[in-house]
Design a protein around this ligand. Sequence first.
Ligand SMILES: Cc1cc2nc3c(=O)[nH]c(=O)nc-3n(C[C@H](O)[C@H](O)[C@H](O)COP(=O)(O)O)c2cc1C
Length: 314
Amino acid sequence: MGVCMNLSVQLAPKNKRSLVLENPVMTASGTFGYGTEYEHLFNIQNLGGIVCKGTTLEPRQGNPQPRIAETPCGILNAIGLQNIGVKALVQEKAPIWATWQTPVIVNIAGNSVEEYEQIARILEEAPGIHGIEVNISCPNVSAGCMEFGSDPASAFRVTAAVRKATSLPVWVKLTPNTADIVSIALAVAEAGADAIVLINTLKGMAIDIKTRRPILGNITGGLSGPAIKPVALRMVFEVAGVIKDIPLIGSGGIMTTRDAIEFFLAGATAVQIGTANLINPRAPIEILAGIKEFLQNEGLSDIKELIGTAREQL
Ligand SMILES: Cc1cc2nc3c(=O)[nH]c(=O)nc-3n(C[C@H](O)[C@H](O)[C@H](O)COP(=O)(O)O)c2cc1C
């Protein structure tokens, strides 16, 4: 009762435009559409932020069905970035977002550095957009379709290009499909990222033993949900050990308040909820209520008192 609690977080401390969320709980890209689809379900203005569906230069139909396969502890998805394209997003969605209290961050994807750059330039002019989240899990077509995010040099190039193209806060979302996450994180920080999001999905697959064929239309897909939480948590912890001047944002298997708290302790300043939304769209709001209760029970008045403290005990 009555205790004043500070849940606000700054997620672009080095950017003149800055990006302050009233609380550290967001929805993850691709699991909450454009936000507008959920307005009738609950007061989405209580979310700390909304990251919209991955957006490309041109509209995309996505991959052939099936695009989702359940696994014992998570799901595989291969949506293939179905989306309306950046121009329709600016015309149809951004004006709605401009009336919202909750900041919307646009997740972007491209097959070349130039595509990322162009999308960022188009978003720069739009109202109702508070930041850009760069998905570097996309295949770099000119580098033999290796993911941009799997090597430090291409991760640097795409980050630096987006950084140059916009004054908006730029978050870079890393893929776990790499041998050395710390090198990638250092590269994108060096290239001017305002924050780093860890992690996107882990590459996986499933096979139907009756048809003896891969289940997903795309053959492989991205694994998300509880199965990937220990990997995501470890990556946040490792990166937090070397990157101190920009915030980290945790993503990967956060289903409960307890999961979210673990990410704060590992060094995340904010969290994104993905797969949990597909089961219960109110999950982010329920997790937020749980975080408040946890802080109160622990006698803490500011979320920042939790961040990175798992390391202090070592
Ligand atoms: C159906 C689905 C679609 C997704 N689409 C995107 C996307 O367009 N861009 C992106 O960066 N991440 C996308 N993701 C990844 C999520 O944003 C999130 O980072 C990942 O699923 C790990 O978090 P989770 O375990 O809480 O789902 C998608 C995930 C799912 C399950």
